[in-house]
Design a protein around this ligand. Structure first.
Ligand code: SF4
Length: 404
């Protein structure tokens, strides 16, 4: 197989991994295969060469296109090939970094050693200063995990399935502890404010509710084991009777989008996962974004006067984001605010007006009543019908926009 053929195959095989916040696996037509856009932990948009070291794998996870039993061409790069491809693309300004993952060939440790060798070639032989996101191979030794961590800007270990029971059903060779232990191990090395590890969960390949998925994310965030959980709507690429039949891929994409919104609420808006669900509703629902849904189910707390409401409550008003909350807190110190001021501060009054009052007067044109309000807000809370593009990721990234 030529290098170009390997690149086409091993970049295509890498596209299902979203744990680098990439915009997708397809390169712009002007660029070679494998070049995609991604966000770094500080919100910078970078172009990466996103590839696998190999799509050979000794494991047979039911949902994976690279599984051992998959009848598909297999290939493997050598560390030297990846290093020279990366350097060549970097010098031509095609990329600013590398995302390197892999199937598990021979053993977890042997795979990790080759990934590390690739990174050592880049960092030490070629003096590569670009961004590197590398995958931790589950089950590899702690010594190798530490080595990888020192060479990469970001590492990830994919949980894939939110509960042990689904892992046992769909990926029986993987142990939950193998996936989680690298995070525990690295926690000691990571600065408390910005752990440089992330993970991915597949949505819809197993029956867990959104409540269970977000409880897993919340547990990881609250223990500061990682900085990001990425959600990936299940894309059937294999035939396996253990997998569900996906009748509406669009619905799954909408669900993925809602999970990203809820994840933002956990990390930046002071919500906890339990608040977003009830005993009778264990999924986020597609009609409303999770913050709007929460507000609709807690109408007794509104309307709020933005002059006096505490920061925690302002963040809960649909249409008021993190940036506009901070701007509002500053502005209200200097005197009375009017509707025009709220707009100027970046508040989306289309939504927020139903939940605010100024000088004792609600801004809502009608009395707050749940069914009427649901009708009004439904159209403002629509989910996109496609996976977010780079543009949407830009707007979903609070480091860049801050609004939900
Ligand atoms: S271990 Fe990873 S690459 Fe191998 S089959 Fe499972 S998900 Fe796919």
């Amino acid at each position: 197989m030529t290098l170009e053929e390997k690149l086409a195959l091993l970049s295509d095989s890498a596209k299902y991994d979203v744990s680098c916040a990439s915009s997708g696996g397809k390169s712009p037509s002007s660029l070679p295969a494998g070049v995609c856009h991604s966000f770094t932990s500080d919100g910078r948009c970078v172009s990466l060469l996103k590839i696998l070291l190999t799509n050979h794998c000794i494991y047979d996870c039911a949902y994976c296109i690279n599984r051992a039993s998959m009848d598909r061409p297999k290939a493997k790069f050598s560390p030297e090939e990846i290093a020279s491809l990366t350097i060549e693309f970097y010098r031509r300004n095609y990329i600013e970094g590398l995302f390197l993952s892999s199937g598990i060939f021979k053993s977890p440790d042997e795979t990790m050693q080759e990934i590390i060798l690739t990174l050592e070639l880049l960092r030490h032989t070629h003096q590569f200063k670009g961004y590197i996101h590398a995958k931790i191979i589950p089950g590899s030794s702690s010594e190798l995990i530490h080595k990888l961590y020192r060479l990469a800007d970001r590492v990830s270990s994919n949980i894939e399935l939110p509960t042990s029971r689904s892992l046992a059903l769909l990926a029986p060779q993987k142990e939950k502890s193998d996936v989680l232990s690298p995070f525990l191990l690295l926690q000691k090395n990571q600065s408390l404010s910005t752990p440089k590890a992330s993970t991915q969960m597949i949505i819809g390949a197993s029956p867990e509710s959104d409540a269970e998925i977000l409880a897993t994310s919340e547990a990881l965030y609250s223990r500061r084991l990682l900085s990001r959980v990425y959600y990936s709507a299940f894309t059937p690429t294999t035939h396996d009777s253990r997998l569900p039949l996906i009748t509406s891929p669009q619905t799954l994409l909408q669900r993925e989008h809602r999970l990203y919104q809820a994840d933002w609420l956990l990390r930046f808006y002071g919500f906890n996962a339990r608040e977003l669900f009830s005993t009778t509703r264990l999924n986020l629902g597609l009609d409303f974004d999770p913050k709007t849904l929460w507000a609709l189910e807690n109408l007794h707390l509104f309307p709020l006067d933005p002059h006096y409401a505490p920061k925690e409550m302002l963040l809960r008003v649909p249409g008021i984001g993190v940036k506009s909350t901070l701007a509002l807190l500053r502005a209200r110190r200097f005197g009375r605010l009017y509707e025009s001021d709220l707009k100027r501060l970046g508040i989306s009054l289309k939504k927020a007006r139903y939940f605010l009052a100024l000088q004792g007067k609600p801004l809502s044109p009608f009395k707050l009543e749940e069914s009427r309000l649901r009708q009004e807000l439904r159209s403002l809370s629509k989910t996109p019908l496609v996976r977010p593009t780079l543009f949407d990721f830009y707007h979903l990234n609070p480091a860049l926009s801050g609004e939900l």
